[in-house]
Design a protein around this ligand. Sequence first.
Ligand SMILES: [Zn+2]
Ligand SMILES: [Zn+2]
Length: 667
Amino acid sequence: MSARWNRTRSLILGRCKQSSREAPVGQDRGPSAGRIHRLGLAGNVVALAVLVLVCANSELLLHERRPSAPAVNHTSGSAPPGTEAGVADRRHERLVLVVIDGLRADTAFNPQQMPFLSRLADEHGRATARVESLIPSSIAGIATITTGSVPPPISFLSDFGAGAARHGGVLQAVAADGGRCFVAGPKLWTDLYGQWIAAAELDTTFGRRDERLTEAALAAIASGQYRLVVLHLGRVDAAAHHFGVASAEHAAAAAACDRAVRDIHTALPAGTGLIATSDHGNTQAGGHAGADPAVVTTPLVIAAQRRPDIDHEMPQSRLAGLIAEHLGVVQHLLVDRPSRISSRMSSLLKIGTVALAMLCGLALCSATSGRSSGSRQAFALNSAVWLGLVLCVLGQVETALLAGLSVLAAAALSPRVRIAPVLIGCCALGGLVGGLRLWDGAAALDDLPPSGSMPGGYELALAAPLDFLVSQSPLAIVFLISIAVGVGLQACSRGTGSHALTGAALVGAYVVLNRILGETVSLSSIAVRPGFCFVHLPGGLLWACLWVLAGQAAPAAGLLLGSRAALLNVSGQDFGKFVSGAAAMLLGQLLLVACLFGSPASGQTLQALGLGLLARVIAESSYFFIGLSVILLVSWLGVCERRWGRPHIHLPLADRACYNLRAHRGL
Ligand SMILES: [Zn+2]
Ligand SMILES: [Zn+2]
């Protein structure tokens, strides 16, 4: 029995191997035939172009920024700040910093929603702090307020758990001056600055323990042991993510935080100042990853005897200096030197580098949509992507940039250099689509409504938990439409005969379908509310992320499903043209991002939108190229199963189990 099974197995494996050897490149209409190499090549061309773009703009994307902080004047200043006399004067001054997570400026200054805070603002002057991070998040807000340095956009990945920070900003300055700090808030504070925090009360439940945190902060103030007490409340942000800003839940959370500020203010001993602010705002739908005015405008109320003479609107990074000034520890604030490499690169060189990478990529795609499947080039590019990532993690950004560019150039030069005109057309189409996306993203930015407005009944009804089900219906409809669009593209491809254009159209169709779901290039428009329903369950954060990701990938999955038959029934060469067209479309958008990052004139909003477009392109290339690999793999397994009776996968344990089953049944 065993011998017979082994013989059958070797026969199957042998015949399968034989069949793949026999298939001539570019002629077989089966699911393999050099398709995977062409797919790998196009996917890795986009990945390497992204790597080159990120490395060329590492100053903006990978490094901490430290904006220059102008001196602060005090309205009732006896001695100028920073001098020995000024420091000695304020040796015993204390401060309570209240950070209300995700609180918008219009909510904070609304007398109906936050009566105490808005009255305090009227008494002491209402100001706003402008978030400078290109991806506003809690960790970016905490780090900017504490240290005065704006962390890189990538820091949002550490929003739910981070490593120890290199310097502790005002917390370190207080400790260096012999003072003690107390923090009541999310665990991020001790993750980052644990070594400079004397005592803490932590919360990992997304705002469910705000009352406990307030009590702990009140006890710390009453003890008189701490120079700086930080209270970071999480309820408002959680309510915004779960129900939206115009919900009754959000209004209740804001009212609870208002009471907490009132209790803290009432308990303040003489000579202790209070600063109330937030780490970032939220859009109406409850997102905060983009540069929408409602997200980057945070309230700032400074209730202190020696009130600094500040502007009506100031950058968030100046808060650290203000806090240090108030506590008289400004001489201990550490200043980071700016990054070394990218500041030397001129904007023209940055754009040129990305354009060169893109041209090499187009040449490669053109060459391999012909007879050659480009297996060696695909392997070289893939190795370069992984090597580049390792080098970036090790901090060798210049080497990664050089390696990525040279591998692209070498791979492009190995076949005859010739860029197919249709790919240049696809690339230009990509640039046009990218431009339209940026324009649409800028037009759809969530603005602050006039202060004092209250949510209407309709908005409140929409914010109910039933919203989860309601929000899933458009997604299901878009998924069905995307399958139909895929089938339509298939017919269109037969009509025009240009597979490259069909590839580009597939990417364009995803953009349109995703826009129907309300997603623009502003990362604030990512629909987090359905996913946030899961965060309080065990392992909820993972489920929430997976749910949000599934919602994003659904239109791409539908398009690939719809056009599946067309992709599998064309020759290897036509498949190569198809993936090259899609890659060229993505590269065109990347070139636009490079121009935006390289141009010194583009402000924070445009740069954040450019970063949003970059993130969208990375996500879309992953959905399409990984999705296509899955389709190839599934159809390949299906073909083997149809031809040989069982799939062409060698799994020792599965074989053994199969054998045992057969033996048990007496086969
Ligand atoms: Zn936050
Ligand atoms: Zn949040």
